[in-house]
Design a protein around this ligand. Structure first.
Ligand code: AHR
Length: 520
């Protein structure tokens, strides 16, 4: 049945394209752009960690979305949903940040180990009970099931340096210390790998409302006691600024730059404002344009935070970790507003592609990013409903960008017609390029214009190959989305191969689309 309706849909798309060509209408108005990919001038490595995820104890992000318990009728591995694990493995999720967010600065790790786990109130998110069923062992085992690295955020807000030091020892020590043996008694013989450890979250806000100077002092103090066994490395990530708070980055870098390995920055894309953010579906073209225009601000924020970091760390040893990013809309009507549930549309796919392009272009400084959040919360990869799940347009983009993981950035120059709506104006084309670990050149081309196609002349300087193959993600409506009953309304489709002659190719991108191509 699903295959039949898929076939029908493809026929409808083909028919619509044929009609446009025949009438000469929309295609005649095609906008134009030109892109040069400098395959002969390779840039830095695009670390796979920029495709990182974030899983907070928030709404159904953990309970229901990931964890259903070992006795659930929903197929599970050690309590974690098998369908979700398989979907996350398919897009090669490289890194997962846990347990928060705001939740991290009130989290006491001892409450999440062993047989006696207190039931607490999740004060940040909906005031619901937190059973502590998913704790250190469960989360770390889950990351291993997914094949991802762990980015654990410590409690700087209302925890102590001793509590933090004990947690790190508990997770990483191979010795016969009391804490290491407690871990063994709880079922884990070998220490876990702990590649990243966060020194609190949003210390300027829910992490303790600290001034930058105070936060810097506290960060130095806590970071002193994060010690891992000889021969292992844990990169320490300091709590970063929000949006354009460059003073925060300035003070933190000046005061802690020599003791940390990374500093965060958080930026959420809201179509409107924090009071009324705007709906996730049923929005108009003006909201589309505002959202894309606002998400493009990420480039300015990353550029300016990086410039501050360059003053204190010209060798770029310390990375900028965009450890929370994504869209934030009004909650799904009827849902608990504290659960931050929202639908995910084609607009989110464009937001994802734009941000991944920005991180790729800033690969010299941005070594990690964590979209907020992985399951059922904000700009999610996956939405679940009972025993059902559906992958979102954002997930599809992450899948299309797998060749970007650990690839080499290739500089891109572009000129493009502009897309304007009301006072919002932006280049219609958004792009990035890499040489993948497979040796091939991969280019991502997004058309931000929701109405008009974009004809792109692609110059592939210094690259060899005769054909471009790839996929396109688009749909008939700007708010098209996947639902349990219609799981593939927004799904990538193969494009017809495009010939490359004399290092040049011409492609026409449909309106509101993300295309990735590989040169073969
Ligand atoms: O992702 C939701 C929340 O947004 C996080 O808990 C917090 O860090 C941020 O303000």
């Amino acid at each position: 049945m699903a295959a039949m309706s898929e076939l029908k849909k493809m026929r409808r798309v083909a028919l619509a394209v044929a009609l446009m060509v025949a009438s000469g209408s929309a295609w005649a108005q095609a906008r134009e752009a030109s892109v040069t990919v400098h395959a002969d001038k390779p840039g830095p490595k695009v670390q796979r960690e920029i495709f990182g995820q974030f899983a907070e104890h928030l709404g159904t992000g953990i309970y229901g979305g990931l964890w259903v318990g070992k006795n659930s009728r929903i197929p599970n591995s050690e309590g974690f949903r098998k369908d979700v694990i398989a979907a996350l493995r398919a897009i090669k999720v490289p890194l997962i940040r846990w347990p928060g967010g705001c939740f991290a600065d009130e989290y006491h790790w001892r409450e999440g180990i062993g047989n006696k786990r207190p039931v607490k109130v999740n004060t940040h998110w909906g005031g619901v009970t937190e059973p502590n069923t998913v704790g250190t062992h469960e989360f770390m085992n889950f990351t291993e099931m997914v094949g991802a690295e762990a980015y654990v955020s410590g409690n700087v807000g209302n925890g102590t340096p001793q509590e933090m030091a004990d947690w790190v020892e508990y997770m990483t020590s191979p010795t016969n210390s009391t804490l290491a043996n407690e871990r063994r008694a709880n079922g884990r013989k070998e220490p876990w790998k702990l590649p990243y450890f966060g020194l609190g979250n949003e210390l300027w806000g829910c992490g303790g409302n600290m001034s930058p100077q105070y936060a810097a002092d506290v960060t130095k103090r806590y970071s002193t006691f994060v010690k891992v066994p000889q021969g292992t490395t844990t990169l320490k990530i300091a709590s970063g600024a929000s949006d354009s708070n460059y003073e925060w980055t300035e003070v933190m870098m000046r005061e802690t730059g020599r003791t940390i390995d990374g500093i965060g920055v958080h930026y959420y894309t809201l179509p409107d404002d924090w009071k009324s953010k705007g709906p996730a579906t049923g929005f108009d073209e003006a909201a589309w344009a505002r959202t894309l225009s606002k998400t493009l601000k990420m480039d300015e924020y990353v550029t300016k935070h990086s410039a501050v970091m360059d003053k204190y760390d010209p060798a770029k040893r310390v990375s900028l970790a965009v450890d929370e990013w994504g869209t934030w809309y009004d909650p799904t009507p009827g849902s608990n507003p504290g659960f931050l549930q929202q639908q995910n549309t084609l607009r989110d796919a464009l937001v994802a592609a734009i941000n991944l392009n920005i991180f790729t272009r800033h690969a010299d400084r941005v070594k990690m990013a964590n979209i907020a959040q992985m399951i059922n919360v904000l700009q999610a990869m996956i939405l679940t409903d009972g025993d059902k799940m559906v992958v979102t347009p954002t997930y599809q983009v992450f899948g299309m960008y797998v060749p970007w993981q650990d690839a080499t950035q290739l500089p891109v120059d572009l000129t493009s017609n502009w897309y304007n709506k009301d006072e919002w104006t932006m280049q219609a084309l958004n792009a990035s390029a890499v040489r993948g670990t497979d040796g091939a050149v991969h280019v991502s081309l997004s058309n931000l214009d929701p109405d008009k196609p974009l004809t792109v002349t692609l110059n592939l300087a210094g690259a060899t190959g005769t054909t471009l193959t790839g996929q396109v993600l688009t749909a008939d409506r700007i708010d098209a989305h996947n639902r349990i009953g219609e799981p593939l309304a927004v799904a990538p489709r193969d494009i017809a191969p495009v010939a490359v002659a004399g290092g040049k190719a011409v492609l026409t991108l449909p309106p509101k689309s993300v295309t990735v191509v590989a040169l073969k």
